[in-house]
Design a protein around this ligand. Structure first.
Ligand code: HGY
Ligand code: MN
Ligand code: MN
Ligand code: MN
Length: 419
C-alpha cells in the first residue's frame, strides 16, 4: 500500500462538536452517577443507533446494517474501492463509562463532519463502523460483531444464546436490525473486503496519564480466555441438613475458584485472573445452593502460558468439589495480536504532524481490532483516561485529549483513503 506523506493535517476537526456528540451519545442509557448502562441490542442501544443514523443523514453519509448487527456509516469515495473502516462500539458495561467504545465512534463522526465541511475528495470510501456487542457482558462472547464479520464464528453458533433474563440473542438481533432499517439503514451482506481499519479508543489503563502523553499508538493486544463454569450440587434445608449430607454448590464453586486462581498467581508474571460474575441458585438464604455459575476472564501476552493454564483448568474441572460436579466451557479465545507496521507508521506520522508526543504500547483490553487484524492492515490509537479507570461510571477523558486522538487517527485514515 503506497502512502502519501502527511505534510500537514488534512482536515480541521471541530473539537467542541466532537465533545458535544460524546455527551449526547452518553444520554442513551445514562445512569444517575454519570456513567452509562447501554447493553448490546437493548432498547437504549437501539435508540442510540437511530441517533447515529440521524447524524449520518445530516452529514451526507449512508447508513447500513449487516446480519450481525454491525452498522456502517459510509462516505463515498471517487472510486468504488475497498473502503477504509474507522470506529469502535457503542454497547457498554452495566456500570460503564461514557467513553469506552463511544469515543472511537464519535471520532469517526468528527471525520465525517470535517470531510463534509471541507468537501474532502478521497479515492476510497470511508466508513465509520459500530461493531455489535463488543463487551460480551449481556451476550457472550465479546467482540461478537467483529468476530462474525471476520468469519471467526458463524451466526448459527449463537442461535440459542440467551441473556440472564432468558431473552434470546437471535430475537434481540432481529429487532435491532428491523429497528435500524425502519430508521433508514440499508441492509448489507455480512463481511466484505476492507482496505484498512483504525480503532480510536480510551486506554482504560494508567500509562498515558502517568507519562503525561496525549496519544498512544497501539501495536498489539494481549491474549484472552473466557470460561463459563457451572457447579452442580443439591438443594436442601439450611437448618436440618448435616455437613456430611450436603452437596453445597456454593462451597464447591468457592473451592474450585480458589484452585483455578492459584496457578495463575504462581506464574512468573502477571496473568490477569478475574471472576466478575458469580451466581448461586435458587438464591434463597435458607436453602443450600443446588447450582453455582461463575465466569473466568484470563489475560496474558503469552499464548502458550494461556494454553497451559487451559489444560490445568480442564483437569481441575474434572474433579469433584465438596461432592459437587463441574461443567466448564471455554467461551472465548483470543490469541495475542500484533498490528500492521504501515498503519502504525501512519498514526505515528499523524502524531508528529499534529505536534503530539506519543508512545507505542500494547493494549491490556481486547477490542474489535483483534479480529479485524486477521482481515486487513489494522492499528489503534489510545487517549488517556483519568487514573486509568474504565468499566466504571467514574471513567473520564479530557476534551483536548479527545481532539488529539481524533486528529491523529483521522490524519492516518485520510492518508489511507487516498491510497
Ligand atoms: O474486556 C475488554 O477487554 C473490553 O474492554 N471489552
Ligand atoms: Mn471498548
Ligand atoms: Mn469495555
Ligand atoms: Mn473495544
Amino acid at each position: 500500500m503506497d502512502r502519501s506523506p502527511l505534510s500537514s493535517l488534512p482536515l480541521t476537526i471541530d473539537g467542541e462538536a466532537l465533545w458535544r456528540r460524546l455527551q449526547e451519545l452518553a444520554t442513551f442509557g445514562a445512569r444517575s452517577d454519570g456513567g452509562v448502562d447501554r447493553p448490546a441490542l437493548s432498547a437504549t442501544e437501539r435508540a442510540a443507533r437511530r441517533r447515529l443514523i440521524e447524524w449520518a443523514d445530516a452529514l451526507g453519509a449512508t447508513s447500513h446494517i449487516d446480519p450481525a448487527g454491525n452498522m456502517f456509516f459510509r462516505r463515498a469515495g471517487i472510486d468504488d474501492l475497498d473502503p477504509v473502516l474507522f470506529g469502535s462500539h457503542i454497547d457498554s458495561q452495566p456500570n460503564g463509562g461514557r467513553y469506552d467504545g463511544a469515543y472511537g465512534v464519535v471520532a469517526g463522526f468528527a471525520l465525517l463532519e470535517a470531510a463534509a465541511r471541507a468537501q474532502l475528495v478521497h479515492a476510497r470510501p470511508i466508513e465509520v463502523v459500530v461493531w455489535n456487542n463488543e463487551e460480551g457482558s449481556r451476550y457472550s462472547p465479546g467482540a461478537m460483531g467483529s468476530a462474525l464479520f471476520a468469519g471467526q464464528i458463524g451466526l448459527d453458533a449463537l442461535r440459542d444464546v440467551q441473556d440472564a433474563d432468558g431473552l434470546r440473542f437471535a430475537d434481540e438481533l432481529e429487532a435491532t436490525i428491523a429497528d435500524a432499517k425502519a430508521a433508514g439503514a440499508r441492509e448489507r451482506k455480512l463481511g466484505f473486503p476492507v482496505h484498512a481499519f483504525i480503532e480510536p479508543h480510551i486506554e482504560q489503563g494508567p500509562i498515558l496519564e502517568r507519562e503525561g502523553l496525549p496519544v498512544g499508538i497501539v501495536d498489539g493486544i494481549q491474549g484472552l480466555r473466557w470460561y463459563r463454569v457451572t457447579v452442580h450440587g443439591s438443594s436442601a434445608h439450611a437448618g436440618t441438613t448435616p455437613r456430611a449430607a450436603r452437596r453445597d454448590a456454593f462451597v464447591g464453586a468457592a473451592e474450585l475458584a480458589a484452585a483455578l486462581r492459584a496457578p495463575t498467581i504462581d506464574s512468573e508474571d502477571a496473568v490477569r485472573f478475574t471472576i466478575g460474575r458469580f451466581r448461586v441458585f435458587p438464591g434463597s438464604p435458607n436453602t443450600i445452593a443446588e447450582r453455582a455459575e461463575f465466569s473466568v476472564d484470563l489475560r496474558h501476552n503469552d499464548d502458550a502460558l494461556l494454553t497451559s493454564l487451559d489444560e490445568v483448568f480442564t483437569e481441575l474441572a474434572q474433579r469433584s468439589w465438596s461432592g459437587c460436579s463441574v461443567e466448564m466451557e471455554r467461551v472465548m479465545t483470543l490469541s495475542p495480536v500484533s498490528f500492521d507496521e504501515r498503519v502504525i507508521g501512519l498514526l505515528e506520522q499523524g502524531a508528529r504532524t499534529s505536534g503530539r508526543s506519543y508512545r507505542r504500547m500494547t493494549s491490556g483490553a481486547f477490542h474489535d481490532a483483534t479480529h479485524m487484524a486477521s482481515l486487513c492492515p489494522t492499528a489503534m490509537v489510545f487517549i488517556p483516561c483519568a487514573a486509568g479507570i474504565s468499566h466504571n461510571p467514574l471513567e473520564r477523558i479530557e476534551p483536548h485529549d479527545a481532539l488529539a486522538g481524533a486528529e491523529v487517527a483521522i490524519a492516518a485514515i485520510v492518508a489511507l483513503a487516498q491510497s
